[in-house]
Ligand binder design. Structure first.
Ligand code: FES
Length: 156
């Protein structure tokens, strides 16, 4: 998906209906929106604002406050490298460097083909498996820099 492509805003209605058009569920609506579009496109947020009668500024405030929400297009595969203490000790900085080299993308960004987004995150809560990397909803433990290439092949 590129930003130049037209965004289909027709799915907003379904998301809003699911939460009974109740602005109290704005965070849930934004999470569903992100799941649908993989990020929060501006056109979609404007439509959401109209449909639930909530100022766009308030929606942007929430969208920028929560780390899990993204206003930038994300890749098909979201790679998160844990940078918590245990993973750091087990080589997380080298792992992240390896991903950056292999994907030719900096942390916090998405590859040009919108296939991968690379993020550094805090402890994922499974330090016994350090170093930990998630790709989408899949968790991979005991990762080393030398395993990065093989891991990426699974998602190519
Ligand atoms: S430090 Fe990485 S999972 Fe806890």
């Amino acid at each position: 998906m590129t930003e130049q492509q037209t965004i289909d805003i027709s799915k907003v209605g379904g998301i809003v209906d699911k939460w009974e058009r109740n602005p109290h569920f704005l965070i849930e609506m934004l999470q569903d929106t992100q799941e649908e579009y993989r990020y929060l496109p501006k056109e979609v947020l404007k439509e959401l604002s109209n449909q639930i009668q909530t100022p766009l500024t308030q929606i942007f405030h929430i969208a920028t406050f929560f780390k899990g929400l993204s206003l930038e297009p994300r890749g098909e595969h979201l790679i998160q490298v844990c940078m918590g203490t245990a993973c750091h000790v087990e080589g997380a900085p080298k792992i992240i460097d390896q991903f950056q080299r292999e994907l030719d993308v900096k942390v916090g960004h998405t590859t040009k083909d919108f296939k991968y987004s690379l993020e550094a995150v805090r402890c994922l809560g499974c330090c016994g498996l350090a170093a930990v990397v998630t790709v989408g909803s899949e968790l991979h433990g005991q990762i080393t820099a030398s395993k990065v290439s093989k891991l990426l092949k699974k998602y190519s």
